[in-house]
Design a protein around this ligand. Structure first.
Ligand code: ATP
Length: 374
């Protein structure tokens, strides 16, 4: 079956010290990345961070300035795109508007001079897998957005690539359809057991799809991890800011104590107090930061019962927003004026509501205070 064919020859991708320069501008700098065969990896980051350039280097549409790129154990730096066994899936509008669904999918096989009988078999088979065999004779504009997306996927997979590269494939879809389509993409990727590498600037999308997320900033990799690792233990201020509603505090390391996993790091935050953080290692005296997720705090009345306890601060409520399941409370730290975000299930907010203008105490557990070395 096509599932067996795809999963049996899919491959991993390895980037070793890969750099891309456009003239004197470095778009991607010294990237090291291991993408396991059969995994779903998302390259995540803000506009201009170098994620598309990285994808295009893997595809062969962009030359690599320095470093080595492997697909499986084959070094492919010098191979043209057509010989790399990758396939690129774009947004659905990249379909040929005047060709039928069948012709759109058949096109790639014709280009590869696959004999007619074989083509017929393969196109029918992939249309069956994506559930579009009934629509083979339609033109793209006679299909819904989600169906067009599936045609684009079928067209990318019919040539039996070892790796599928996806460039913001869902960004043209409306919210509802995007969520449904990504669930389907993930399901098909698992069914094929194939390597998918996707570019996205949406953290929700990356969380929902990925085995592995690669967070990029200014041409460099800031963190590689599972969605859980990226969300719960961001490695830098940039990642903490990019992937969640995190409260970030900058301070100086006052002490470091070994803990059963990693270290407990004491951060002295000017005018706000002493914050104990969970981390790996730090040097006493260094400037660093910590983050506390907005849904990992507890709100208490003011004044605090123990004013000298660590991991707490006094803040004034400035806005309360109902957003559905969650109520989002904006506050200003009384000592510094910096903005703090506190999120709570709306259901729980009803039992502890504070009013706008009121002073409150916010506290949190050391477990939920993550040390950020840079
Ligand atoms: P977006 O989400 O906006 O597509 P991105 O993270 O994919 O952003 P890239 O497209 O990889 O970013 O671009 C990285 C940097 O390289 C950007 O600053 C961009 O302006 C620059 N760049 C990309 N292509 C070229 C080019 N052909 N010549 C010069 N600079 C380029």
């Amino acid at each position: 079956s096509i599932q067996e064919e795809l999963s049996s020859h899919t491959a991993g991708v390895t980037l070793r010290s890969v750099t891309k320069q456009y003239g004197s501008f470095t778009a991607v700098e010294d990237i090291n990345l291991e993408i396991p065969a059969g995994s779903y990896t998302c390259l995540l980051g803000p506009s201009g961070c170098g994620k598309t350039t990285t994808l295009r280097m893997i595809a062969g549409h962009e030359e690599i300035t320095r470093g080595d790129l492997f697909i499986g154990d084959r070094r492919v730096n010098d191979l043209p795109p057509a010989q790399r066994n990758t396939s690129m899936m774009f947004q659905s509008y990249a379909l040929f508007p005047h060709k039928t669904v069948w012709q759109n999918i058949d096109f790639g096989l014709r280009m590869k001079n696959v004999p007619k009988e074989e083509r017929t078999r393969r196109v029918a088979e992939i249309l069956e897998v994506v559930g579009l065999i009934k629509f083979a004779d339609r033109k793209p504009n006679q299909l819904s957005g989600g169906q067009q997306q599936r045609v684009a996927l079928a067209r990318a997979l019919v040539t039996r690539p070892q790796v599928l590269l996806l460039d913001e494939p869902l960004s043209a879809l409306d919210e509802n359809l995007r969520v449904r389509t990504r669930t389907e993409l993930r399901r098909l990727q698992k069914e094929f057991g194939m390597t998918f590498i996707q570019v996205t600037h949406g953290q929700d999308e990356a969380f929902a799809l990925s085995d592995q997320i690669v967070v990029m900033d200014h041409g460099r990799i800031d963190q590689i991890g599972t969605p859980d690792q990226i969300f719960n233990t961001p490695a830098s201020r940039f990642v903490a800011r990019f992937v969640g509603d995190n409260n970030i505090f900058v301070g100086k390391v006052a002490s470091v104590a070994a803990a059963h996993t990693g270290a407990i790091i004491e951060l002295e935050v000017d005018r706000l107090g002493t914050f104990l953080c969970r981390g790996q290692a730090a040097d006493v005296g260094m400037t660093a930061a910590c983050c506390v997720r907005s849904d990992c705090m507890t709100l208490w009345p003011y004044p605090p019962s123990n004013p000298s306890a660590p991991n707490q601060l006094t803040a004034r409520v400035v806005a309360i927003e109902f957003t559905g399941y969650v109520t989002r409370v904006s506050l200003l730290a009384e000592a510094t004026g910096e903005e703090i975000v506190y999120k709570i299930r709306t259901h729980d907010w009803l039992t502890q509501a504070a009013n706008e203008g009121q002073l409150v105490t916010l506290s949190w557990d050391t477990e939920n205070c993550i040390f950020l070395p840079h």
